[in-house]
Design a protein around this ligand. Structure first.
Ligand SMILES: C[S@@+](CC[C@H](N)C(=O)[O-])C[C@H]1O[C@@H](n2cnc3c(N)ncnc32)[C@H](O)[C@@H]1O
Length: 225
């Protein structure tokens, strides 16, 4: 493994704003802040926004500086990427930010029912060959339902038109509530947070001349699988 990565993994262990729990530890001990993020970690009652597959955490960090009256958590499995977000948050003294290193599949081990107000899915791997691995597949949406407030928003930004169209079709088929969608975020000048922040991958895609798709929706809470 490259030395830089090893150094980052080691430094990650000292970061107070990063939680890393193996599945074994989660099962045996549970996560102490589940249901307690507000009272015991952030020490306020501000809404909690979760970014999944956050990579280096540009959205989590960017939104947290725009909205000091909200709390933000970035979640990813890759420690070397999370290092960047944790370090920036610590260097900037951001007290409304934390990061979790885990698989998205386990989010219900970290959050209680209705603990999360909004979720961002930023440039997920499109998983063209394996539908069940797409982060907007119905099985993933069921996981999100376990932690989201009933009126919670889910935002998706992607460069991948296939994933975007798949998500639009799935929203319609499952009776979820589409609130807004655009196949070309930067041509369709809009308010809100979607055009405000550009992630690491987004910048790469923009340099390649790709258009950026964006949508936001709410889950159909009458639908359970
Ligand atoms: C293409 S990158 C996008 C990163 C970042 N959102 C951005 O836009 O720059 C996708 C990220 O999702 C993470 N990821 C993919 N599947 C995951 C899973 N099941 N659990 C946790 N993280 C996952 C990867 O580790 C990677 O950092």
């Amino acid at each position: 493994m490259p030395k830089k990565k090893l150094r980052r993994f080691k430094e990650n262990l000292s970061f107070p704003n990063l939680f890393q729990y193996s599945y074994k530890r989660l099962r045996e001990e549970g996560f102490p802040y589940k249901g307690q993020w507000h009272a015991d970690w952030f020490n306020n009652e501000h809404p909690l926004i979760l970014e999944i597959g956050c990579g280096k955490g540009e959205y989590t960090i960017g939104l947290s500086t725009h909205y000091p009256e909200k709390n933000f958590i970035g979640l990813d499995i890759k420690g070397a990427r999370l290092w960047r977000g944790c370090k920036t948050a610590l260097d900037q003294g951001l007290r409304n930010v934390a990061f979790i290193r885990c698989q998205i599949q386990f989010i219900n081990h970290f959050f209680e029912k209705e603990e999360v107000s909004e979720m961002w899915i930023t440039f997920p791997d499109p998983q063209i060959k394996k539908e069940s691995k797409r982060l907007t597949h119905p099985d993933f949406l069921e996981k999100y339902r376990l932690v989201l407030k009933p009126d919670g928003l889910i935002h998706l930004k992607t460069d991948n038109a296939d994933l975007f169209n798949y998500t639009l079709e799935m929203i319609q088929a499952e009776g979820h509530r589409l609130i807004f969608s655009t196949h070309d975020l930067y041509r369709n000048s809009m308010d809100g947070d979607a055009p405000k922040i550009r992630t690491y991958y987004e910048n790469i895609f923009l340099e390649q001349g790709k258009t950026i798709c964006y949508l936001k929706f709410q889950l159909n809470n009458e639908k359970t699988h």
